[in-house]
Design a protein around this ligand. Structure first.
Ligand SMILES: Cc1cc2nc3c(=O)[nH]c(=O)nc-3n(C[C@H](O)[C@H](O)[C@H](O)COP(=O)(O)OP(=O)(O)OC[C@H]3O[C@@H](n4cnc5c(N)ncnc54)[C@H](O)[C@@H]3O)c2cc1C
Length: 682
């Protein structure tokens, strides 16, 4: 059989692709006096002397927040100098007060979870909608706020974001990467990553857990790994994919370490459920193999769609698959087995629905030898999956099963990331098989281990979601999902355009929003139906569906909180989680954590040179998301100013839970509107 293989050029370069999430804010602040002053201060530990200094310097009266005027046309020299000043100040301050501040954060945030659990959905929604809610800012140290301000400011400068990849490349060529890496490490890396190793992330995990936030550890390895040449025998063992498979084996060990660290770093006394680790299937297999596998699955899907009548196909469809997609039988036995199945179906006028059809042709299923075994001599031009492909596929599954087994043993969840559409069918296939094995519903001692990701920006997402829920239900495993909008829109559309096929992505953002929100509604409705029909309470171990709303979108977050209330899903049941990226949309994360919802931060880590592509893409590809950060910057800036003002004893506008009296002494206000000594406040 002749095959036209049209795999996209450059796929081999794709090793571990990354999601990307961005930054772009629209306000700027002039901070000259302020930045000069903060070099001399440690606000949380201000002594009487520093307070005197603050009063004298009067920096607190500082400069109002002004709308941004930045543009691509000119280099804003004033802005550069101001951010450089903040950078230096922040850097100095950060290093000088790191220890003291970490102690302070522990002290502030070490409230037990019970303190968070009296909240109502209405209260949570009110806090989420409150544009002046500073829950996240209050939980952060001043150095963290300064760092965030500086990094977000950089992200508002398109010329920096555009030039950054070239500058880094140039520095590397000239062997001047040390200062560049130092800068990146102290800015973007600190803002968006947990550390260079999994162990380094533990401090951040601990800090977040004290605000009711858990973590999804995400090993970030994009650059080529440095590895010794394989021995000749090993090369022969692993065939044509030996180099990528060698990388996959190295990553396997790194992920195992990640899981062990995630297990030891989790703080169940604060968090609603255990830690997770993110996994990219493309890290465990040669990209070319995944492309080939993807193509086979797509052809199977197309065959089903072409022949289905009311969602059922008969032996005609199977004949088509056998003749067009499966390899020619390599033995008489294989031929007979196929004929038996086909004639049985034909004689009994049997039909298969989509779930039965995919099960029949599943590469890990009972029919593997019947449909897919092929002759060693067959080449890529003759069969879709060669003998080498099948063996490499088995090794990939074996690696992933090692990961899932360990995760299951140490009670850490696995989040299988979604990637580009030309890999996604293969990823879904692998993830569903892993779920079937590691999310068994009869294993009542365990909450589901494996979560797959659904990119709701695709037109096919809703149908896929519904089918997979049914598949899980029918095969008695828990459906565990992470719902995202999707991070590859630009490249997906471009590829579809170049290769002349319809874009898989919704045409408008509104359609994507609708698809996302409908996905949330659908899953919660199914949970409600389960509760109604069984009378069972929903918990992470008993619910047939668990899922994560992985989004920075406030409307989707609020919708989920509302729908959870409507369908009686408790915030702390561990059935619905929320997820945001570390360093992004903290006001949503901290508000949910404070109110006892199960909330996670994606926490990437890796060596600085390996994480740079990830950080760059976040800046470059997803700048649209940053619209929401302008508000975050404003709040950060207000919080920093207030801390300085408080330290200086200056009167400022009242905050949500505190009031100021003359001479600037802050007084706590109780929920009933009285001060701690019972005085009524206005
Ligand atoms: C915890 C977490 C895990 C993630 N994991 C993955 C993953 O595994 N795989 C993955 O692909 N992504 C992943 N993402 C990224 C995610 O897919 C989004 O890119 C990102 O979160 C922005 O979407 P949002 O839900 O936060 O919504 P918003 O903040 O509302 O952002 C909406 C964005 O959606 C994009 N968009 C989508 N569809 C359209 C359309 N039709 N027209 C115009 N714009 C459109 C635009 O860029 C827009 O800015 C993850 C995100 C988080 C927070």
């Amino acid at each position: 059989m002749g095959l036209e293989s049209n795999f996209p050029i450059g796929m081999q370069r794709h090793f571990i692709s990354r999601t990307s999430y961005l930054f772009n804010t629209t306000t700027t602040t002039t901070t000259t006096n302020f930045s000069k002053s903060i070099q001399k201060l440690n606000l949380h530990h201000a002594t009487p002397n520093t307070l005197t200094f603050l009063k004298k310097s009067r920096f607190h009266s500082g400069n109002p927040i002004k709308p941004s005027s930045n543009s691509r046309k000119s280099l804003p020299i004033k802005t550069i100098s101001s951010i450089a000043a903040v950078s230096l100040a922040a850097s100095y301050y950060y290093s000088s007060s790191a220890n003291a501040d970490s102690e302070k954060v522990v002290e502030i945030a070490s409230a037990p979870m019970s303190a968070f659990s009296n909240s109502t959905s209405t209260g949570t929604i009110a806090e989420l909608m409150d544009d002046d809610n500073r829950a996240a800012m209050k939980a952060k140290s001043t150095p963290e706020l300064l760092l965030g301000l500086f990094v977000y400011k950089l992200c508002t400068l398109p010329w920096i974001v555009d030039a950054a990849p070239h500058l880094i490349k140039l520095a590397e060529t000239l062997h001047l990467q040390a200062p560049v890496y130092w800068f990146v490490k102290n800015t973007f890396f600190s803002q968006f990553c947990g550390g260079e190793t999994a162990e380094e992330c533990v401090a951040t995990m601990t800090r977040l857990s004290q605000s009711g936030i858990n973590c999804i550890l995400d090993l970030s390895v994009e650059a080529d790994l440095h590895m010794d040449e394989l021995s000749h025998s090993k090369k022969e063992e692993t065939g044509k994919y030996w180099r990528q498979e060698q990388k996959a084996d190295v990553i396997l060990e790194m992920i195992k370490n990640c899981l062990k660290t995630a297990a030891t770093g989790q703080h169940e006394e604060y968090a609603t459920s255990g830690a997770f680790a993110a996994v990219k299937v493309t890290a465990f297999a040669p990209p070319e193999l995944l492309l080939r596998l993807n193509q086979v699955i797509m052809y199977l899907d197309q065959a089903f769609e072409m022949y289905q009548i009311n969602g059922q196909v008969d032996s005609t469809c199977l004949n088509h698959v056998v003749n067009k997609i499966c390899p020619t039988p390599q033995s008489e036995l294989q031929h007979q087995q196929r004929s038996q199945i086909l004639s049985h179906l034909q004689e009994n006028q049997g039909t298969l629905d989509y779930i039965e059809f995919t099960k029949l042709f599943n590469l890990r299923g009972a029919g593997r030898e019947v449909w897919w075994e092929t002759d060693q001599g067959k080449t890529e031009k003759e069969v879709f999956l060669t003998c080498d492909d099948l063996q490499a596929y088995d090794r990939m599954v074996d690696r992933l099963e090692q990961v899932c087994q360990l995760a299951h043993d140490v009670r850490v969840g696995i989040m299988v990331d979604a990637e580009q559409s030309y890999f996604q069918e293969a990823i879904d296939h692998v993830a569903m098989n892993l779920q079937e094995k590691y999310n068994r519903r009869d294993d009542t001692d365990h909450s589901p281990t494996v979560y797959n990701t659904y990119q709701m920006y695709t037109k096919a997402a809703q149908k896929k979601l519904e089918r997979d829920v049914d598949r899980a239900n029918r095969n008695n495993f828990s459906f565990a999902a992470k719902l995202v909008r999707g991070a590859y829109m630009v490249s997906e559309r471009k590829r579809a355009d170049q290769m002349k096929y319809p874009s898989p992505i919704h045409e408008t953002l509104e359609d994507t929003h609708e698809s996302y929100n409908n996905g949330v509604r659908f899953l919660l409705k199914r949970l409600h139906q389960y509760q109604d029909s069984t009378g069972h309470a929903l918990t992470a171990t008993t619910a047939p569906i668990v899922f994560m709303v992985a989004s920075h979108n406030r409307e989707s977050t609020i919708l989920t909180v509302e729908e959870m209330e409507k369908h009686h899903v408790l915030p702390r049941s561990g059935v619905v989680h929320f997820g945001q990226l570390f360093g992004m949309q903290d006001q949503i994360s901290y508000t949910l954590g404070k109110n006892g919802y199960s909330i996670y931060k994606y926490l990437p880590y890796g060596m600085i040179d390996e994480v740079i592509p990830y950080l760059l893409r976040r800046a470059q590809e997803n700048s649209a998301v940053l619209g929401g950060v302008s508000k975050e910057r404003t709040l950060m800036w207000q919080e920093v100013k207030d801390r300085f003002s408080d330290a200086a004893g200056v009167v400022h506008a009242p905050l949500e839970n505190s009031s100021t009296i003359e001479y600037g002494l802050a007084v706590d206000v109780n929920s009933n509107g009285t001060t701690s000594d019972g005085t009524e406040t206005a």
